[in-house]
Design a protein around this ligand. Structure first.
Ligand SMILES: Nc1ncnc2c1ncn2[C@@H]1O[C@H](COP(=O)(O)OP(=O)(O)OP(=O)(O)O)[C@@H](O)[C@H]1O
Length: 593
């Protein structure tokens, strides 16, 4: 994770739309179950487009035949028919939009579900290497972009294609000469839009990327606001934010500025085409041609508007599509991240005696070796204390016990079974970890404790809280066990949070326990409660304690002294003091007082 609130460069390898075809295919695949709705939308679009073609032609006929020949009754009848047609067409457009909005929302909901489901199963490595804000951005903004594209593109694409084909044929029938002028203007707009799209494509990807970074910074500054204020980092945070904000603004400006030239340019070309068509038509009439009438010129101009409009729309859609495909690519990348999977031969484990053995375990998070040749053995019921300077690798050793990361070398056994051969679900029920800084979820206290074992009854939750010495403070809260905690659990003190996490461990009833003792100082009453609760929790379990408390260390069956990823001393408190080595020095300096 990145600890520093600061600007993040946009990763150059990410600024590419590498696989838009497969993204498009996958979005199409998501629409599989909604094909019938799409067919209905297509049908509605077809009808509304035909109405526009026929209606426009009737307008021309009114000009040529009824107005100049004074046939009022017929004129009224035709107008009534046209009104009916347009009303029906509007109703169809309403339904067409409604269906499409549903299709788009349902599809995005399904994509969001799939992303979130995969996120639940990703290995820790993924979260070590990806910023939270970026992940959030993929789940929210990027999926939203796909949604916008689905809502806009499908109807407009259907309408566009049907209109272009329909109007094209109608224009050709009306006047081949005027159609040639119309086509030339369309070709000009096509070439221009394509050129601009090429430039904007990259900018859109950069924009999404920068948005991810922006989200990360916002997320960090909100989560770490206390730290930022305590260390008076507000000014630096602001500078860092502004840098990323400027980066985002530049990319967004570039993307939008270029794509916004498309509209005015195309408008200009269209207006020129209108003038040319009117002039060419008028000239033909003046030269005595009977093939062209005022009504035909009028009809043709409206057809042309309905011809170039959709063409421009389709070209505009290319931009929306590009942004969405850039987003889709990021979303699908997250869906494609390989989830944490059990080995094919992994077996179930419903019971363990609690023997834990590390055999020549070596481990690196990236390239740098963190643990080297760790050997240890714990018998059922033993308490093993891990002590050592900060960053020595104590927490890492314990993370490996639950198979959170793959080992570089060696193996870890639970009752003679390699932990990588045990289904993770079972392994994690056998080993409970009480974290140094427990995470509290936004749910009731009861549910927060029940996280230890989801099927625990209310009575079991209560019993666990009593054993964790947490019941007293919980029952004093106005809503007791039903008190809803917030993510940051501001309503709870540090010590109360620890008691809750000990209660979670009691509920879990796992035979192996890992306890990362909190170093934060808490008031002496709560401290006494925590100590008592921990002592009870350790009973009859194989326990590993990343120890900071004198009492835990002295009572431990074995003390392992870790320094720079190696076990450098081991023994009981007395034997290690007698040896007068690293432990004795550490003990005397840290714990003597
Ligand atoms: N997720 C991670 N990715 C990369 N390196 C990590 C990760 N977690 C820890 N490290 C590194 O591994 C080393 C050991 O860290 P670890 O948390 O195991 O130490 P520790 O002995 O538990 O320290 P402390 O007493 O401060 O909690 C440190 O150098 C740390 O920077």
């Amino acid at each position: 994770m990145n600890n520093r609130p600061g600007p993040r460069a946009i990763h150059p390898e990410k600024v590419q739309l590498t696989d838009w075809k497969s993204s498009l295919k996958r979005i199409w695949h998501y629409l599989d179950s909604r094909r019938s709705k799409l067919v209905l939308v297509f049908f509605l679009t077809l009808v509304t487009t035909v109405v526009t073609i026929v209606g426009t032609r009737l307008n021309g006929i009114i000009i040529d035949r009824f107005i100049s020949h004074g046939k009022l009754r017929l004129l009224l009848l035709v107008c009534l028919a046209m009104a009916l047609m347009y009303i029906t067409s509007s109703i169809f457009i309403y339904f067409q939009n409604k269906i499409m909005i549903r299709v788009a929302q349902d599809t995005s909901a399904q994509i969001r579900h799939d992303v979130f489901a995969n996120l639940q199963q990703l290995p820790m490595r993924y979260f070590d290497t990806h910023d939270n804000g970026d992940v959030m951005s993929r789940l929210t903004n990027d999926v939203d972009n796909i949604n916008t594209a689905l809502m806009q593109t499908f109807v407009q694409l259907f309408t566009g294609v049907i209109s272009v084909v329909g109007m094209g044929i109608a224009m050709l029938i009306l006047s081949p000469l005027l159609t040639v002028i119309a086509l030339l203007s369309s070709v000009a707009t096509y070439i221009f839009t394509k050129a601009i799209a090429r430039i904007t494509q990259k900018a859109f990807v950069t924009q999404q990327q920068a948005l991810g970074s922006l989200n990360t910074q916002i997320e960090e500054s909100v989560s770490g606001k206390q730290l930022i204020q305590l260390f008076d980092h507000t000014a630096e945070t602001m500078v860092a934010f502004d840098t990323t904000n400027t980066e985002y603004t530049k990319a967004a400006f570039r993307a939008q500025a270029f794509s916004s030239t498309i509209g005015p340019f195309n408008n200009m070309i269209n207006n020129i085409a209108y003038v040319l068509i009117t002039a060419a038509g008028a000239l033909s009439i003046l030269m005595g041609s009977h093939a062209i009438t005022v009504g035909i010129i009028f009809t043709f101009l409206i057809y042309l508007r309905n011809f170039t409009g959709p063409i421009n729309n389709i070209l505009d859609l290319i931009n929306t599509l590009q942004l969405s495909l850039a987003s889709a690519e990021r979303v699908f990348k997250l869906i494609d991240e390989r989830p944490e999977q059990d080995a094919t031969h992994a077996r179930r484990l419903t019971h363990t005696e609690g023997n834990v053995t590390f055999e020549h375990v070596s481990f690196a998070y990236d390239q740098k070796m963190i643990l080297q040749d760790i050997n240890l053995s714990a018998k059922p019921g033993e308490v093993i204390a891990l002590v050592g300077p900060t960053g020595a690798g104590k927490t890492t050793i314990m993370n490996l016990l639950t198979n959170l990361y793959p080992l570089q070398q060696g193996r870890i056994l639970l009752d003679d079974v390699d932990v990588t051969d045990i289904q993770r679900h079972d392994l994690r029920r056998m080993v409970t970890i009480v974290q140094q800084e427990p995470f509290i979820f936004q749910m009731s206290i009861r549910e927060n404790i029940r996280l230890g074992r989801l099927e625990a009854t209310d009575a079991a939750v209560r019993l666990a809280a009593v054993r964790a010495n947490a019941d007293t403070f919980i029952t004093q809260l106005p809503n007791g066990y039903d008190t809803i905690l917030s993510e940051n659990a501001h309503s709870l003190s540090q010590g109360q949070r620890q008691l809750l996490s000990i209660a979670r461990a009691f509920v879990a009833e796992a035979p192996v326990l890992v306890l990362d003792e909190a170093t934060a100082s808490i008031d002496s009453n709560t401290e006494a409660d925590v100590q008592k609760a921990m002592a009870t929790l350790l009973q009859n379990k194989t326990s590993f304690v990343i120890a900071h408390r004198l009492s835990t260390i002295q009572a431990a069956d074995q003390i392992l002294v870790i320094d720079q990823g190696r076990i450098i001393e081991r023994g009981t408190h007395q034997s290690l003091l007698a040896a007068n080595g690293f432990y004795a020095k550490l003990y005397n300096s840290q714990f003597d007082s």
